[in-house]
Design a protein around this ligand. Sequence first.
Ligand code: HEC
Length: 90
Amino acid sequence: MFSAIAVVGILASCTPQPAVVKGSKMNTVETLALGKTVYENSCAKCHDLPNPTDHSAQDWVGLMNSMAPKAKLNDQQHEMVYDYIVSVKK
Ligand code: HEC
């Protein structure tokens, strides 16, 4: 009984928080971490995980435009992954 309630509580606490406002340009530590997670989970399916520093921020715009649909990212994930990639650059 108690364990069932606890599981529900954990699941509820894991549901995405509305902290990431769509269209928001704010890069928080959380959105960059999310972008990194999406990147690592979505971008190594068809090829090795690309090295973010192999391409310029400008090149990544075009690369992400062609790769985000392949990885079936929504607009928000597309943006978070891009923001993560360019944040890696020195
Ligand atoms: C459904 C398969 C698939 C997925 C998922 C995918 N890619 Fe690709 N990717 C490819 C293919 C095929 C190529 C090479 C042909 C081309 O450029 O279209 C490629 C090429 C690339 C290149 C160019 C490599 C170079 O040196 O020129 C980069 C960078 C890249 N992908 C990044 C990504 C990123 C970032 C993601 C995640 C958002 C991603 N890919 C997800 C299939 C995929």
